[in-house]
Design a protein around this ligand. Structure first.
Ligand code: SF4
Length: 703
């Protein structure tokens, strides 16, 4: 236990605010915003400033390993040796009998970089399967694929300091006022200081972000690409393009120009539900901008055409030459605190560490040699939803779940329930009994949480920070690094003899040498003493890289950025019908985080919105005879939710919104939004289509 102040980073969203922590013998952990941190300059949002409750209250924590021999038996306490010997025995037996691809790992964007790296090394290098995916698949894999298609690599080119240098913001498919609050406060402050700054928001809902905008385009869900093409058409027609940038630094412009040239503002207006004048105004502001920042998140990414939506938006930055210069760039917001770190270490089924590609045999050999293993399978691993399908079909037999609650967060919860029931062996490595997934565990492993272990994370702007350990984990909980290394040793794998977490970090950073994300000169000492760094940091004296592509050299073979042509322009996953006439879109509320395993136990955070509520347009409600406070049954082809209604004018007609946070409540699971959603994914990114499910709504009548 320590009493002196330590520096760490908030464990919630991808903004990555710096936090100062003291551990007071009387009052426990006390948190405050770090005034010297470049991200938040002392500010914290409601979630961050209540983190001490989460750290101090251990009443829900899993305190020791538990195990059962069959599903109809209760879990029983065991020691770590017995728990991990069982895990090793079961995984070895299943792999021997059914092959390496019969097992899989599902991890989290809340894992620290060292943990992410280590689990990937274990699975891809030693278990010989690429079946390891992360819940970041659910939030930003479309953005990763979009950046790769446009710039040649997954590369967020901006820094937060570009906020204060931009004069035009396009916030599309995101509600940063609630989901990235400190970032949005910087935008608000910048606008307050510079009233000529323009904020455009594209969103089917009148969110708090939209209420603060100069122009809100209240789009019909799924029509984003049509709108971006209409904006591009106007930008080209008005001569706002940066021809020098297009000519010297891009490819495929003529095809793109022909495509958007064939579109019509009038037609786009009709399809998108936005007036022609508003399209023109938005295009004129973007076209005349000196600094143009586009910001987006799940509204684009969580779609059956998420990658196309991303590249269509990125095209607007190419068209206007707003890449690699101050106050400009396409900026995808990461949802989770270390989603970016996971991307760096190849934390998804189709990636390898240090931005190397699983599909590239040279990269596979480089990483295999580095890990001292014979090879890495060329077979791409199963993604999050594919693992659920594989468990249901019997192709996969065992799953190891780390720091995530798929029963609530994955689409089509009923299919997830069946998959976990069907699995021969489920390991859940978790901090809290509040996770609904715990009840499916055959082996439950207690993990250390925020502040109880050290490591690093990378935020949305590629900024790496060190998180110090401030308190000991409760009971017998261990850090994820410790759990994985102990398991690897039980499997008799060599290469897991780390004396410290820092050794894991050193190994990973050395793998980045001479890559585009080179941080081989970064170490804990520098992070502790010099503060945070944005990658790449390619030598000892290097201060980090706030902005990428300042030389206009992109990571494609031609070093030019690519105008991509979408394969689809409208979300056609499901068309509203007489049976299911409403489009359901799902998302987050201000004071909750993911499936509420942490924020749900903080009573102060429950005062904002205490239970799930369906937002419904006033005209729709009137037609259906529904009033605020009524209970309705929401039905899709996948399942049912029973929930209270809030009639409002903040949402379009024929569109309804439900928050994604609630799991099993009140002895039933009818609050769980993902009972309704589809296991439909983007064909490239494999990111689920959370923003577009057609549903029916009827007033609930008590039986
Ligand atoms: Fe934490 Fe995000 Fe809030 Fe910052 S904005 S305090 S990182 S939840």
């Amino acid at each position: 236990m320590q009493n002196s102040e330590i520096k760490t980073t908030c464990s919630y969203c991808g903004v990555g605010c710096g936090i100062l922590v003291t551990n007071d013998p009387k009052n426990g952990v006390i948190v405050k915003g770090d005034p010297d941190h470049p991200v938040n300059k002392g500010m914290l949002c409601s979630k961050g400033m209540n983190l001490h409750y989460v750290a101090n209250d251990i009443s829900d924590r899993i305190l020791y390993p538990e195990m059962r021999w069959s599903r109809n038996q209760p879990l029983e306490r065991v020691n770590w040796d017995k728990a991990l010997e069982r895990a090793a025995a079961v995984f070895s037996t299943i792999i021997k009998k059914h092959g390496p691809d019969s097992v899989g790992f599902y991890i989290s964007g809340q894992c620290l970089t060292e943990e992410y790296y280590l689990v990937n090394k274990l699975v891809k290098g030693f278990l010989k399967t690429n079946n390891i995916d992360t819940n970041s698949r659910l939030c930003m894999s479309s953005a990763v694929a979009g950046y790769k298609k446009t710039f040649g690599e997954d590369s967020v080119p901006i820094a937060y300091e570009d906020i204060e240098l931009a004069d035009t913001f396009l916030i599309t498919g995101a509600n940063p006022a609630w989901c990235h609050p400190i970032l949005f406060r910087r935008i608000e402050q910048h606008k307050a200081n510079n009233p000529k700054v323009k904020i455009i928001v594209i969103d089917p809902r009148k969110t708090d972000s939209a209420l603060n905008a100069d122009l809100h385009l209240q789009i019909i869900p799924g029509t984003d690409i049509i709108l971006y093409h209409a904006l591009a058409k106007r930008i080209i027609e008005k001569g706002y393009t940066d021809q020098d940038f297009i000519k010297n630094h891009t490819e495929n412009y003529q095809a793109y120009k022909a495509l958007v040239g064939a579109s019509s503002l009038e037609k786009a207006s009709k399809l998108c539900g936005v007036s022609v004048n508003d399209i023109k105004l938005a295009a004129d502001w973007i076209g005349k901008a000196k600094g143009f920042l586009s910001l987006w998140a799940m509204g684009l990414n969580q779609s059956a055409i998420g990658v196309d939506k991303n590249t269509a938006l990125l095209n607007l930055s190419l068209l206007t030459g707003h890449v690699g210069k101050p106050g400009s760039g396409p900026f995808s917001l990461t949802g989770q605190p270390n989603a970016m770190g996971g991307r760096e270490v190849g934390g998804m089924a189709n990636l390898l560490a240090a931005h190397k590609e699983l599909s590239n045999p040279i990269h596979r050999k480089e990483v295999a040699d580095f890990w001292g293993v014979s090879d890495i399978s060329e077979q791409p691993g199963l993604t999050a939803t594919e693992m659920i399908e594989a468990l249901n079909s019997g192709k996969m037999k065992a799953i190891w779940i780390i720091c995530t609650n798929p029963l609530v967060s994955l689409p089509n919860s009923r299919a997830v329930e069946k998959a976990l029931e069907n699995a021969k062996f489920v390991v859940v490595q978790e901090i809290s009994h509040r996770s609904d997934t715990v009840k499916y565990a055959d082996l439950l492993l207690p993990a250390a949480g925020w502040l109880e272990k050290e490591g690093t994370m990378t935020n949305s702007e590629r900024r790496i920070s060190y998180l110090a350990k401030g308190i000991n984990p409760p009971g017998e909980a261990l850090s994820d690094v410790e759990i994985i290394t102990r398991f690897a040793k039980k499997m008799n794998f060599s290469g897991f003899d780390y004396a410290t977490t820092e050794e894991v970090y050193r190994e990973y950073t050395s793998l980045t040498k001479n890559t585009t994300i080179d941080i081989s000169f970064l170490n804990y000492n520098r992070l502790q003493n010099e503060g945070t760094f944005q990658w790449p940091v390619p030598d000892y004296g290097h201060p980090g890289t706030p902005r990428l592509f300042t030389d206009k050299k992109f990571y494609t073979p031609s070093q030019k950025a690519i105008f991509n042509i979408p394969t689809a322009i409208e979300n056609t996953s499901e068309a509203p019908s007489s049976e299911f006439p409403f489009i359901l879109t799902t998302g987050r509320i201000r004071d909750q985080w993911h499936t509420m395993t942490k924020t749900g136990k903080v009573s102060r955070l429950m005062t904002h919105i205490s239970s799930p509520v369906l937002d419904m347009n006033a005209i729709d409600a009137y037609k259906a005879g529904i009033q605020s406070g009524d209970i309705v049954v929401v039905t899709s082809k996948n399942g049912t939710v029973r929930v209270k209604v809030k009639v409002s004018n903040t949402i379009r007609e024929s569109v309804v919104f439900l928050p994604m946070h609630w799991g099993k409540q009140l002895d039933n699971d009818l609050n769980r939004t993902n009972n309704l959603t589809n296991i439909l994914v983007d064909p490239v990114s494999k990111e689920p289509d959370f923003k577009y499910t057609t549903v029916a709504i009827t007033k609930y009548v008590k039986p």
